[in-house]
Design a protein around this ligand. Structure first.
Ligand SMILES: Nc1ncnc2c1ncn2[C@@H]1O[C@H](COP(=O)(O)OP(=O)(O)O)[C@@H](O)[C@H]1O
Ligand SMILES: [Mg+2]
Length: 222
């Protein structure tokens, strides 16, 4: 589903990723971990084609990102849900509208859209906040809204960048549960986090980056 072959990326001469290779299969759940500055966000952005590597090849769903046309990028992004570290919510749109936008641009009919958005917001526990403005939500609620926005169109891949950022243990656990259920429905999940508690809660493949290199990749021993 996601394949990296000797991928390197530098920013102003500083290596953010160096010779990174890995494969993530369809339906897998992977924790991407490592200290701040290790390259986690860079790696996710490359999968989303928000950035291009300096060296190496990246395949997503068997398509080489180096060779896809600019016109194909929207199709690639439509199959990927992304929970950004900086939220990227639309402050002047309601919670409903924030989540509906992804479906609207895909041309989903209004009736289907209303049901789908309400269901997804219900699933993340925001069924009673459809008409609220995002800034009136707590940090945990904003985080859940962003997750709803990322999963509303049932993406094949879900990328989440520190989705439990400044949440307490209970809320982080809830976010993880929501990502687990997306994974159970077949979505391939890559969850970037430096929250060790999360890794203990669910034993899954852990890929640890250190200074832009894969320092460790595998399942923890039970
Ligand atoms: N847009 C950018 N411009 C310059 N340097 C960047 C940029 N994005 C990331 N970096 C650098 O690349 C390295 C990896 O960053 P990042 O991928 O954000 O790591 P992480 O998400 O693991 O904290 C860091 O040294 C960071 O300072
Ligand atoms: Mg980051």
């Amino acid at each position: 589903m996601i394949e990296f072959y000797h991928v390197s990326k530098t920013y102003n001469g500083w290596p953010a990723l160096h010779d990174v290779s890995f494969k993530i299969g369809k339906g897998e759940f992977v924790f991407l971990t490592g200290p701040s500055g290790a390259g986690k966000t860079t790696l996710l952005r490359l999968i989303f084609r928000a950035d291009a590597p300096d060296k190496g090849q990246i395949l997503v769903n068997n398509r080489n990102l180096l060779h896809i046309r600019e016109s194909e990028v929207p199709y690639l992004r439509r199959m990927i849900g992304f929970v950004f570290q900086d939220f990227r919510l639309l402050p002047k749109r309601t919670v409903f509208e924030n989540v509906a936008l992804a479906l609207k641009v895909s041309g989903v009919p209004e009736g289907v859209l209303r049901v789908r958005v309400a269901e997804t917001l219900g699933a993340v526990g925001l069924g009673h906040k459809l008409d609220a403005m995002p800034m009136a939500l707590s940090a945990g609620e904003q985080q859940r809204m962003c997750l709803a926005r990322a999963i509303v169109n049932d993406p094949q891949i879900l990328l989440a960048d520190e989705p439990t950022g400044n949440l307490d243990a209970d809320l982080s656990g809830e976010i993880l549960e929501l990502m687990k259920s997306a994974n159970a429905r077949g979505t391939t999940v890559v969850l970037a986090t430096h929250n060790r508690e999360l890794l203990k809660r669910w034993r899954r493949r852990v890929m640890r980056l250190e200074q832009g290199r894969v320092a460790e990749d595998g399942c923890p021993e039970t």
